[in-house]
Design a protein around this ligand. Structure first.
Ligand SMILES: NC(=O)N[C@@H](CC(=O)O)C(=O)O
Ligand SMILES: [Zn+2]
Ligand SMILES: [Zn+2]
Length: 347
């Protein structure tokens, strides 16, 4: 018997589209199923001003297939030199939706991130005033903190003090990976949201490290113990409006992943919705899939939900290509190591 579910068209609240040839290869993968996405600004050099964001937005629109109505929601990369007036003008114009905080050195292309949080206080205060959300890569970078503890320590030492010091600031904890992240987000009320990736619902740290190292499962924040994955699955499938989809689909060529010092990032744009339907079905929560992919995000960002709909159908396992081709070389599509029975009708 065929089973179908219909959802408001989803949005991706955390996406890396890169630039140039890579942008042209990956933008259609997201635009096929998603109406909007929050576009991460960690290019080299990063997107730091309203002007940079306008130019990058144009490059994204040019990379879309003809007729696509995909709407890239732009972000600025917060640096110690970010000008509150420039941000305010870009936000009021509707050009910039949010600002992204990377602690310096925390992840891919984060060298221009923030070292001294006091220096960005005036920008954070302006954001609270104008209602511009702050998206946070929540990991401390101190070399003496174990990489598996960096998110939990960040919440205590950095995130909570920032929020207490800037009343009214609306914050998204990006790609949470721990039960501490889940707890903090569910206790903190409507000014705090949290995105959860597709891959962190599927893999734990054993998938990366047991039986040989799997570079394609290496991403930041790194996947944690099984108990954390289970907490993420419970949060994502609960319907709680604090949690919404941010795939963190982060393409790197295989050549850059398969190195002695390989890049962090999983590329999930191509098969995310099939994987999510499978996960939500396993959790007996298909009735909460739409909240996670299409309703909770717009609510947090105070944007209308999308008008359109997509239909997922269940049948024989669907085969996705193991890689997509780019002019720079192949990019491996995330392998969830389970059969995927759901596909999006337009596929
Ligand atoms: N998630 C990742 O592992 N990588 C992201 C950066 C990020 O989101 O931290 C990237 O830009 O490649
Ligand atoms: Zn990140
Ligand atoms: Zn990311």
């Amino acid at each position: 018997m065929t089973k179908t579910i219909t959802l408001r068209t989803p949005d991706d609240w955390h996406l890396h589209l890169r630039d140039g040839d890579m942008l042209r290869a990956v933008a259609p993968e997201t635009a096929r199923h998603f109406a909007r996405a929050i576009i991460m600004p960690n290019l080299v050099p990063p997107v730091v001003t309203g002007r940079d964001a306008a130019a990058y937005r144009d490059r994204i629109l040019n990379a879309l297939p003809a007729g696509s109505t995909f709407d890239p929601l732009m972000t600025l990369y917060l640096t110690e030199d970010t000008d509150p007036d420039d941000l305010e003008a870009a936000h009021k114009d509707g050009l910039v939706t949010a600002v992204k905080l990377y602690p310096a050195g925390a992840t891919t292309n984060s060298a221009s991130g923030v070292r001294d949080f006091d220096k960005v206080r005036p920008v954070l205060e302006r954001m609270a005033e104008i209602g511009c959300p702050l998206c946070v890569h929540g990991e401390v970078t101190d070399s003496d903190i174990d990489i598996f503890d960096r998110e939990a320590v960040f919440i205590e030492r950095v995130l909570d003090p920032i929020r207490r010091g800037t009343p009214g600031l609306r914050v998204v904890m990006e790609h949470i990976t721990t039960m501490q992240g889940v707890e903090y987000a569910s206790e903190s009320g409507p000014d705090l949201g949290a995105t959860i990736t597709t891959h962190h619902l599927v893999i734990n740290r054993n998938h990366i490290l047991a039986g040989g190292i799997k570079p394609h499962y290496y991403c930041l924040p790194v996947a944690k113990r099984e108990e954390h994955r289970l907490a993420l699955r419970k949060a994502a499938t609960s319907g709680d409006p604090s949690f919404f989809l941010g795939t963190d689909s982060a393409p790197h060529t295989d050549a850059n992943k398969l190195l002695p010092c390989g890049c962090a990032g999983c590329f999930t744009a191509t098969n995310t919705l099939s994987i999510l339907a499978e996960v939500f079905e396993q959790e007996d929560a298909l009735h909460h899939l739409e909240a996670f992919t299409s309703l909770n995000g717009p609510k947090f960002y105070r944007l209308p939900v999308n008008d359109g709909q997509i239909t997922l159908t269940k049948g024989d396992p669907v085969a996705y290509p193991p890689q997509i081709e780019t002019t720079d070389g192949p990019v491996t599509v995330f392998d969830p190591q389970m059969p995927l029975h759901w596909w999006v009708e337009t596929d």
